[in-house]
Design a protein around this ligand. Sequence first.
Ligand code: HEM
Ligand code: HEM
Length: 141
Amino acid sequence: MEPIIVWYLRMSVIYFVAGAFIGFMMILFPNTAGYHEPVHAHLNLLGFMSMMIYGVGYHILPKFSGQNIYSPKIMNVQFWFSNAGLIGIAISWPFLNMDHLVSFFKPMLILSGAASLIGVFLFAFNILKTIKPVQMPPVSR
Ligand code: HEM
Ligand code: HEM
């Protein structure tokens, strides 16, 4: 497995631990759960689920298609967009509703969201260019 793919998978598991921990904290401290719910949801869905799918997809889908990945460079660049984006989202989102801090954290959340979205676009482009139908050999009876 390529090192960058291992890093996609490692980060996915790290986000899962962080997301589940925040979920549990939300049970213990329901009064402040509102600040953390979007971070919990996105660490789990954009972090754990999506990052796992990026890693597993990059590893397995080229093999299923009998191809190399269309652009290993995009795969590497996307890693940084997706991770910087999600970490930025996780840091900035809880502060969004604290009025006196909005001026700093709102642009940070917008930029982080944009980075995550660029990561999604890069993955979509790279994987759509990679997957191809494979001619299966005829089944012998
Ligand atoms: C230890 C594991 C987990 C715990 C303790 C936990 C706990 C919670 C809690 C307390 C809430 C707030 C519910 C509310 O007040 O409405 C919540 C919301 C949510 N959780 Fe989790 N969760 C866990 C794992 C997960 C996982 C694995 C996912 C996704 C893969 C997930 C996705 C969500 C989503 C999307 C919401 C927001 C739901 C909404 O918009 O109403 N959670 N979770
Ligand atoms: C480019 C990446 C993404 C951005 C910028 C983004 C942004 C947002 C925003 C602004 C909200 C509204 C939150 C609120 O007002 O409470 C939201 C909610 C939500 N998003 Fe995303 N999202 C992204 C990716 C995803 C993905 C990939 C998933 C699922 C796989 C997802 C699942 C959800 C869910 C379940 C909610 C409702 C959770 C809650 O009530 O806190 N998002 N997202």
